[in-house]
Design a binder for this molecule. Sequence first.
Ligand SMILES: Nc1ncnc2c1ncn2[C@@H]1O[C@H](COP(=O)(O)OP(=O)(O)O)[C@@H](O)[C@H]1O
Ligand SMILES: [Mg+2]
Length: 267
Amino acid sequence: MQPDRAPALETTPLFETIRVSKAYGVYLALRDVSFQVSDGEFVSIVGPNGAGKTTLVNVVTGLLTPTRGEVRFLGGDIAGVGPVELARRGMSRTFQLVNIFPALTVRETLAVAVASRLRRVANPFRSLRRDDVLQAEAERVAEVLGLRARLDIVASTLSQGEKKLLDIASAFALNPTVILLDEPTSGVSTGDKHAIMEVLVTAAKAVGVRAIVQVEHDMDLVERYSHRIVALQEGSVLADMAPEAFFADPAMISAVVGTRRKTMRTP
Ligand SMILES: Nc1ncnc2c1ncn2[C@@H]1O[C@H](COP(=O)(O)OP(=O)(O)O)[C@@H](O)[C@H]1O
Ligand SMILES: [Mg+2]
């Protein structure tokens, strides 16, 4: 991940969707969505509630199968691969709602994530504590994400910002090639949002993450960190452009942040 460098234009994308549609029953949540993410890119997916952002992340990460279209990762079709195998191949993610085990410490949480990467899942949980490789890896990931001083804190007592960071750290524990974050800063204060983004970008550089995709509502963060913005509206790609072009277009901004349909359900 080299956020300072303009992305190369003619390389094979790290991953892409090709004319992807996703239906929930009769409701079409994604319509013909094609987008690509290349080496070195930080891409923000934006759009009003219900636009299909989470659905798109779920389709890309193998949690959902597209109704039509194709998803490719590192040159191959990922149809039927599934989220666990995709994570092992380097596609890591976080969820919109933080997904941590409240009773585990930071150290235990990260050891579990590392264990799943190293396929030590058959070991009884108690043995994680005595596994030197897991412990060293958990500490390394905590260090990179700025959680080293919190290693022995129980997750439920962390601040909201630290919980978000722990969630991100668990995704980093999988040694990802690409990382997708669904609203990584939602529910935290403005100051903490910026701190999380700085830690994220620095950590990605430090461990060689090749691309970051985030769903984000905070337009300050989107403007500051993105190389490219993909705007969804009612399941379709409304725009796929550089932040300079996006933020120069008031109609675009209001389409993305200004419209909230009253009937929209939030899952
Ligand atoms: N499992 C589901 N079953 C039925 N409808 C769903 C489901 N998940 C999401 N939806 C609907 O699909 C649309 C897109 O949802 P989502 O991808 O979560 O949007 P966003 O993340 O942009 O807010 C919304 O109208 C939502 O209510
Ligand atoms: Mg969502």
